[in-house]
Design a protein around this ligand. Structure first.
Ligand code: DGY
Length: 438
């Protein structure tokens, strides 16, 4: 079974790989290169085609802006199967944008640092990979510098996101309270996502109005970070985004230490790292909930709901052992019911939970992959094993879907897989799960 699954996963990645040297998340629904998808995808390729793994990262980094920013979508090609495309986003408005690669003017979680570290492990420290990382690591470093110099408004080592699409958890119920503070116009546009996927599994039209409106505000200010920080109605400190930044910092520090000769960069990252960890634990940790939560920087308050991002700090190593234990207790109490696969994307005991709708409840393989490694990091071997076994079962029973119903007895069944099919990161991370301990 392992061989069959591996073979199918390899096929998914091969089919989604494009001539331009990047891999689409899936056909039709997502026809371009996405930033965090790229990182996870590279890990899958690394086990059977290292050239493609390197190309994926290289192509992503080519899209970097002069200020170090790396966009969330890079529109390498034309496609009329996706909205909103390059003509809506207009990245050229920013004076330092990359004029060779039309893109969005927003970013996505910074996974590239820890991906480089894992590529090195998978390659068993090959000379070739060392050369590749040495050639590209400064670009990733510059991306982190961009975050700290432009998005750390409180100078506390935590960086803001200004759009829900930057979080990666697009339509999480976390954002509902923020939508209540806004009243965007009713946009007229043609949805493309709902022609590929059942609308019951996607965000609503009214949610899209909010998404477009925030982009319009950013465009009004030519995507200038300080103006966005001053005016965007959405300004959030996200535990998932910041955990990935912290974990990627850790990876960059380790890699620079290994190669030597970059003490200034190591010192910079270490000072940001120490502040970031301290602030994550003071600003985002919610003791009553036993979980990290999002912080609404615009309205200066925590958003007190538990979702899978709440446990992502385990992967960063930021929590104390006591906090880590509380996280696991909360995960098992709220998400770990016997009838459920771990780990739903939103609190299944909450009335905003929706088992079928994108980031409002379904299980996502990339979050499970990070939780697995985070749980292992703190020695929670049994729960880690369960997260991995659940991930493998969901894929082997249903296929390489984008997300999955967490209910084992799914009354809407028989299929538990939702969203796009033949989804690249589900395939890539399954490959990593099956081959781990490289
Ligand atoms: C979408 O279009 O839903 C994407 O996830 C945005 O990143």
């Amino acid at each position: 079974m392992r061989e069959q699954l591996m073979e199918r996963a390899v096929q998914v990645l091969e089919r989604n790989y494009q001539e331009g040297g990047f891999t689409i998340p899936c056909e039709g629904l997502y026809p371009f290169q996405w930033k965090w998808d790229s990182g996870f995808i590279a890990l899958g390729f690394a086990y059977f085609d290292m050239e493609k793994a390197k190309k994926e990262i290289e192509t992503l980094l080519q899209s970097q802006w002069e200020n170090g920013f790396i966009p969330h979508i890079i529109f390498h090609n034309d496609s009329d199967t996706y909205f909103p495309g390059a003509d809506f986003h207009q990245s050229h408005l920013h004076p330092q944008s990359n004029k060779n690669f039309p893109s969005t003017g927003m970013t996505q979680p910074p996974v590239t640092g820890f991906v480089l570290e894992r590529l090195l492990e998978i390659s068993k420290h090959s000379e070739d990979m060392i050369g590749f990382i040495k050639k590209h690591i400064d670009k990733v470093y510059q991306n982190h510098v961009y975050f700290y110099e432009h998005r750390d408004v409180e100078n506390d080592g935590l960086v803001y996101i200004y759009h829900n699409w930057e979080s990666g958890t697009d339509n999480s119920p976390i954002w509902d309270d923020i939508w209540d503070t806004m009243n965007p116009p009713e946009y007229e546009f043609e949805r493309r996502d709902t022609s590929h996927v059942d609308p019951a599994q996607r965000p609503s039209k009214r949610e899209y109005d909010h998404y477009l409106y925030i982009i319009d505000i950013a465009k009004k200010y030519n995507y200038e970070d300080s103006k966005i920080a001053a005016h965007s109605p959405f300004l959030v400190i996200d535990p998932l985004f910041n955990s990935m930044l912290i974990r990627s910092n850790e990876a960059l520090i380790k890699l620079y230490d290994l190669f030597g000769g970059s003490q200034d960069k190591v010192d910079y990252l270490k000072s940001k790292q120490a502040m970031g960890i301290e602030s994550l634990n003071s600003k985002l940790y919610n003791k009553e909930l036993g979980a990290y939560v999002h912080f609404d920087q615009r309205n200066n308050k925590q958003i007190p709901y538990v979702c899978s991002s709440s446990f992502a700090p385990l992967y960063s190593g930021a929590p104390t052992n006591q906090q880590a234990q509380s996280l696991v207790n909360t995960m098992l109490a709220k998400f770990g019911d016997e009838g459920r696969y771990l780990c739903a994307s939103f609190d299944p005991t909450h009335d905003r939970f929706n088992p079928r709708k994108y980031w409002r409840g379904p299980v996502w393989i990339n979050l499970n992959w990070m939780l697995y490694h985070g749980l292992q990091r703190y020695g929670f071997e049994e729960v880690a094993k369960q997260v991995k076994a659940d991930s493998l079962e969901l894929i082997s029973k249903n296929g390489f879907y984008e997300y999955f119903d967490s209910r084992k007895d799914n009354p809407d069944g028989p299929l538990n897989g939702y969203g796009g099919n033949n989804f690249s990161w589900s395939a890539a991370l399954l490959i990593d799960f099956l081959n781990e301990n490289p």
